[in-house]
Design a protein around this ligand. Sequence first.
Ligand SMILES: Cc1cc2nc3c(=O)[nH]c(=O)nc-3n(C[C@H](O)[C@H](O)[C@H](O)COP(=O)(O)OP(=O)(O)OC[C@H]3O[C@@H](n4cnc5c(N)ncnc54)[C@H](O)[C@@H]3O)c2cc1C
Length: 510
Amino acid sequence: MDDSIQQSPEMADMLDAMDHLDVLVVGAGVSGIDAAYRLQTECPGKGFAILEARDAIGGTWDLFRFPGIRSDSDMHTLGFPFRPWRGDQSILDGPSIRRYISETAEQFGIDRLIRFGQRVVRASWSSADARWTVEVESGPDRYQHRLTCDFLYMCSGYYDYAQGYMPDFPGIARFKGQLVHPQHWPETLDHAGKRIVVIGSGATAVTLVPALAKTAAHVTMVQRSPSYIVSRPAKDALAGWAHRILPQGLADAIVRWKDVLMGAITYSLSKKRPRLVRRVILNAVRRNLGPDYDVEKDFAPVYPPWDQRVCLAPDGDLFTQIRVGRVSVATDEIDSFTETGIRLRSGAELVADIIVSATGLVLKLMGGMEIVVDGVPVNLADRLVYKGMMFSGVPNLAMAFGYINASWTLRCDLTARTVCRLLNHMDRHRYASCAPRHGDATIRKEPMLNFSSGYVRRAEGVLPHQGSQTPWRVRQNYLLDMLALRYGRIDDGVLEFAPKTSASATVRPS
Ligand SMILES: Cc1cc2nc3c(=O)[nH]c(=O)nc-3n(C[C@H](O)[C@H](O)[C@H](O)COP(=O)(O)OP(=O)(O)OC[C@H]3O[C@@H](n4cnc5c(N)ncnc54)[C@H](O)[C@@H]3O)c2cc1C
């Protein structure tokens, strides 16, 4: 542990009276709130708390504050299934999503279970005691304390909160204007009337560019290579209609399943008929930008659809701003930063007052927490993911990790329900611990995420792997996962259970 971490006398006293929880949830974003609701309703006897490093609920939707921040998947599947999103606005702005998450936590009394300003830094499992000891830093002074739990449930997201990804562009220090990263958008930044260059063409750039263009003098989106961008209405006409004339429950189900099925069909078609889907996407861009625009150059990626996340332009906002001349796209490589902007490989110079590096996230699992099992540090990159939620050889620990081709909440909710089924199964059979065991040599190791996006490729050495067969496969398919996780056997011969021993039974409070 870091020697600089201090321990107050009060904290030292607290160590003696260590807190014990049946389940410890880490993170109060979408997945942490979902986990808490499921634990509360499906495992009512379990004592649990949520530790949250920040001072707010909402995770991603509280951290990101750049202009125009919004969802790029529909709220009817990004919302919680137990508190369906009932607005007809399907693509929603960040502040409204943050409010929806907070209000959900308040409505179900989950906000009272969150301990804010508590960063989990280390968790050590003891098989003899069948429990985790979790080391936590609290507050700005990073006071250190510990608590124990039977089951550790990581809802800590998938990226580094401290820093976004910023390539080391040549000459970056020379630039005399303002350089910002969307992950740390300065509250006071006034971009009205400014010349802005946004580097990147991922979901963040595609969100940010039309929003900045509303008041900026001009925005240029610089991309090394294009992404697929599709336009779709921000409002869901079916949702508006269904909620006006049908009973609420029926309307919720129809709208949600329509979005689940549309997403699944589009993804599956993209994998089976990539050339057809590419043609459809590019023809739609042509219709939006007119016959004179060089769509091949700026909007035709080198990879097939859904090899990387497809970006969304709600109501074609990006295309509209290009048409009216407030936005331009430069598909080129950055040669270097200059005092006044950016020089491109083609020799073109882009003059900028503000440069936004929308260059992505740094992937980080488990909120950077160190994991130790019986004294041996665990490197997740050596482990296989079991049912998309546990790790080979790591007992009593689950992680919420959503889909990359559909709303995050869909899988996080399935995971939460599966964790509850598992906990109830263990209670019924008086098991103290369970861990997936990988002993089948015929199962091949594959990357956990079959995605070619930069942030996934950069994290290859950090991410765990998936296996070539179930239950080690990390599927990007809600329907198959739903069948397997909601109705599949808990005791599947891969998950190994250990009974309560007298030792593990005596250390835990009743
Ligand atoms: C800009 C942006 C837009 C997105 N848009 C969409 C979208 O439209 N649809 C979609 O499905 N997904 C989207 N995503 C993915 C998004 O992250 C998920 O939708 C979802 O919000 C993730 O929820 P989460 O609770 O799992 O993680 P997070 O929202 O990341 O929350 C994790 C929480 O855990 C806390 N935490 C982390 N480490 C620790 C620790 N060691 N100790 C204590 N607490 C810790 C964090 O402080 C945070 O509050 C987007 C992501 C970004 C960055």
